[in-house]
Design a protein around this ligand. Structure first.
Ligand SMILES: *Cc1c(COP(=O)(O)O)cnc(C)c1O
Length: 470
């Protein structure tokens, strides 16, 4: 039959709008989006018919339009299962917030709050007032302020205290954190001239002393949070550096990065320098992140001596880098949890996940293995394995936490089937993100708390190379 004649047989938008499926879709998505989706599907069908293809039924057209609407309506920022084994995964949003922080943030979103308003006097207040006491009490610092993230904190501190002057840093501490945070670049952008001292592996006190001159604005120590230099090494400790800085009347800035405010040993982890230790060791300013080991929302803390914090607060850049009421509310609620360290591992997801015992995770893996096996039957062998979780975000880079998980190994075929399985897992209503390791797809179960949700979600899996649905 002539293609033009057949084109006339394609149902019209008006006809389709009367079908039950489309009426239902209008309820859900609204009239305009549904009409647009139908037009898109019809345009594609017209092209196919011109090429000699068949005309689908009205039902099939409606179904295709609804499917397109559903796909389009899904947020790309939707929740997922982080089974990568990295607890604080920067690309997956780092710390999960405590319920108390979520409640506080939700309330702050919904209501007007006394953000810069002093309820006592009825006069103007300061944003930092809500956090200052809590931060100082947890860190021993005199004063504190908070900005968008730790990169912003470092930028602001350098610019406020040493713009147009020199900052002295050991060569062994010129870090790069993933995502374009490189200490030399931040220094340049903050208007500070970087003076590198020592060598990659060894820096001595005399290197710092020799570098100090009339243009020196500050001395800086950077926690090498995501690597270690081992072997024939020498670094000048924070305490000794503080002495040198004090002798010469210079501020010492310590960028801790993760900067925990509690002893991680409590949770069975290795020691990570705390903010209190850095303050006690004589740093004038310490910077650290809100969404790394602290377990709160993205933020950058600047704590230390009042005179320097005042100077930082007077910098107009501060206004450009400040945080909003939502994050302040979440930060305040998170910090409050630290007043009761005994219950921290129950209440703070970051600590709860990091402290989760391996035996508990192994049991969960044993429970889930048969279910996962059934889902990928015929294509993959599923086994319970011991593995190592990472803290992530540059905290304790060399120490891992014993964990357990599932390894899905292809029964036959190439490495491509693994990539296909990983893609199928990413397409689930709640995407599952694992890691490919030594010929298997590994799901580290340390961060799997909603086991029921995981199992229900898995029913939607369309695995490559067989499986129950093919
Ligand atoms: C993570 C880190 C930063 C950057 O902090 P963000 O909160 O990601 O901006 C800076 N310095 C060190 C040492 C870090 O570990």
């Amino acid at each position: 039959m002539d293609a033009n004649v057949r084109l006339r047989d394609i149902p019209s938008v008006d006809e389709l709008l009367r079908s039950a499926a489309v009426v239902e879709a209008i309820e859900c998505f609204g009239r305009q989006p549904v009409i647009e989706a139908l037009r898109n599907v019809l345009a594609a069908i017209r092209n196919e018919v011109r090429e000699g293809g068949d005309i689908p039924t009205s039902d099939a057209i409606a179904t295709a339009a609804v499917a397109a609407l559903e796909t389009n309506d899904r947020s790309t920022l939707r929740p997922l299962f982080n089974l990568t084994g990295t607890v604080l995964h920067t690309n997956l949003g780092r710390a999960l917030l405590a319920e108390a922080a979520i409640d506080a943030a939700t309330e702050a979103m919904r209501e007007a709050v006394a953000l810069e308003f002093d309820l006592e006097s009825g006069k103007r207040g300061e944003r930092d007032d809500h956090l200052r006491a809590l931060v100082c009490e947890r860190t021993g610092a005199e004063d504190a302020t908070v900005v968008n993230n730790n990169a912003a904190a470092v930028l602001l501190v350098l610019n406020s205290l040493a713009a147009g002057r020199e900052a002295i840093v050991s060569r062994g501490e010129l870090i790069e954190i993933g995502g374009a945070f490189r200490m030399p670049d931040i220094m340049l952008r903050s208007g500070v001239r970087l003076v590198e001292v020592g060598t990659t592996n060894r820096t001595h006190a005399r290197d710092y002393r020799d570098a100090i001159g009339p243009d020196t604005g500050l001395m800086m120590k950077v926690h090498t949070s995501n690597y270690r230099i081992e072997g024939f090494t020498k670094e000048v400790g924070a305490r000794e550096l503080a002495e040198i800085a004090r002798e010469r009347g210079l501020p010492l800035v310590n960028d801790l990065g993760s900067g925990t405010i509690t002893d991680l040993e409590r949770f069975g982890l290795a020691h990570e320098p705390t903010v209190s230790e850095a303050i006690a060791d004589g740093a004038d300013i310490v910077t650290f992140s809100g969404d790394k080991l602290l377990g709160g929302p993205q933020a950058g803390f600047i704590v230390g001596r009042s005179a320097f914090i005042d100077k930082i607060n007077r910098n107009p850049m501060k206004r450009a880098l400040r945080v909003d009421k939502i994050r302040l509310a979440a930060l305040e609620a998170t910090l409050r949890l630290y007043r009761d360290p005994d219950r921290l591992s129950e209440r703070l997801p970051t600590m709860r996940l990091l402290a989760r015992p391996k035996a508990d995770i192994s049991e969960q893996a044993a429970r889930l293995a048969p279910l996962v096996e059934r889902t990928v039957k015929g294509a993959f062998n599923v086994s319970v394995i011991a593995c190592e979780s990472q803290i992530g975000s540059g905290a304790l880079p060399l120490s891992t936490v014993p964990s357990a998980g599932l390894a899905l190994a292809p029964l036959s075929g190439s490495g491509r089937i693994l990539a296909e399985l990983a893609a199928a897992l990413r397409r689930l209503p709640m995407p599952v993100i694992g890691r490919i390791e030594r010929g298997s797809l590994v799901l580290d179960l340390r961060c799997l708390e909603d086991e029921e949700g995981f199992v229900a979600n898995l029913e939607h899996l369309d695995p490559p190379g067989g499986g129950p649905s093919s």
